[in-house]
Design a binder for this molecule. Structure first.
Ligand code: GDP
Length: 331
């Protein structure tokens, strides 16, 4: 059912520098939601020279170690998916870590990628870089046109610094560094911890546990009215490989699904998928965050890339993954 846009099928369109199967490709953050999906996508595409390092082998916040790693491996391509990430509560509670760790990771990787002469690098940001009240759908030129949402300001500022550094390397040193801004993501290898995760994995866990325990109701944070756009991480990974081949502009590019859903309706959809028949209780003492966050992905869609995993199918497959990997022993 999944469509895979072949990265080779695009040759001859706007291709600047096609990824070769023999390229040494470093995926930073390969254990996370995004990095693990990029590795899966590259493996599926027949790339055999994928370089990864776990946290215990390479501390990306340490400049010396990152420099030594680039000297040793000399990657041709880099996907920079390593970041300190979290949902609304974690962002609000740990602004120091979200700001400091993300700045260190991205500064180190970008600086040493430049020094070692990496051919192309893709930096991943987030839709929270845009102003809280940006016109919807949010186009790339909304960046820095208004105040940010407070609950994830620290993360957003770090990401804005990262994409500006990408732009600077591009314009000052003609480095082929590019930035992609994904919308809210979900899928296998997500964080399912109730306090630090994003809404979709949190609700999968809550409804699953409520069903298992025979509970009558599930707490949903906020009013249920905010609107969010969700993209399956396999689609994001496909878009990242597509952009590596087809996009070379210094300015960021949005990667979205193209449709949105209210948190209340998302909760109902997840409840139905899990098979929970009880009621939803909206806890308005928890923050709603930004009211609406739909990306304008028309630039990417016009280049010929489209997402292929529907929200319904994506939730069902993520639930099935979580049953095997996260909720095992609790079903
Ligand atoms: P955001 O997109 O940066 O706001 O991050 P989240 O994914 O954490 O939250 C999205 C929306 O879902 C917010 O309005 C939350 O209040 C709401 N939400 C409802 N229930 C939950 C939950 O159990 N966990 C999280 N993280 N958010 C929830």
């Amino acid at each position: 059912m999944r469509k895979r846009s072949s990265i080779f099928a695009m040759a001859g369109t706007t291709c600047q520098s096609v990824v070769n199967k023999s390229d040494v490709i470093y995926v930073a953050g390969h254990r996370g939601l995004v990095g693990s999906a990029i590795v899966r996508r590259l493996e599926l595409g027949g790339f055999s020279n994928i370089v990864v390092r776990g946290r215990s082998e390479l501390d990306l916040t340490d400049s010396g170690s990152v420099g030594a790693f680039f000297d040793e491996t000399s990657p041709d391509r880099v996907f920079l998916a390593a970041a300190r990430v979290g949902g609304i509560a974690a962002n609000d509670a740990y602004p120091v870590e979200f700001l400091l760790e993300n700045l260190k990771i991205q500064n180190n990787v970008l600086e040493h990628a430049h020094r070692s002469g990496v051919g192309k690098l893709l930096f991943l940001g987030s839709s929270c870089i845009y102003p809280r009240m940006a016109p919807q759908p949010i186009a790339e030129n909304s960046l820095l046109t208004g105040p940010l949402e407070k609950t994830n300001q620290a993360y957003a500022i770090a990401k804005i610094a990262g994409l500006k550094l990408v732009e600077a390397y591009h314009t000052q040193y003609s480095r082929e560094f590019i930035s992609a801004m994904p919308t809210n993501l979900y899928g296998p290898h997500d964080n399912f911890d109730l306090e630090t995760s994003h809404v979709l994995p949190a609700l999968l866990r809550k409804f699953h546990e409520a069903k298992t325990a025979g509970a009558d109701s599930v707490e949903v944070w906020g009013t249920g009215k905010p609107l969010r756009e969700f993209l399956h991480v396999d689609d994001l990974a496909d878009a990242c490989v597509f952009l590596m081949d087809n996009y070379s502009e210094p300015e960021l590019i949005n990667v979205g699904y193209g449709d949105e859903i209210s948190i209340g309706n998302l909760a109902r959809l997840i409840a139905a998928t899990v098979g929970f028949g009880g009621t939803l209780e909206f806890n308005t003492s928890r923050p709603d965050g930004t009211p609406r966050k739909l990306m304008d992905s028309s630039r990417l869609f016009a280049m010929g890339w489209k997402p292929s995993v529907t929200l319904e199918d994506g939730i069902a497959s993520t639930y099935s993954w979580a049953l095997d990997h996260e909720f095992a022993g609790n079903s």
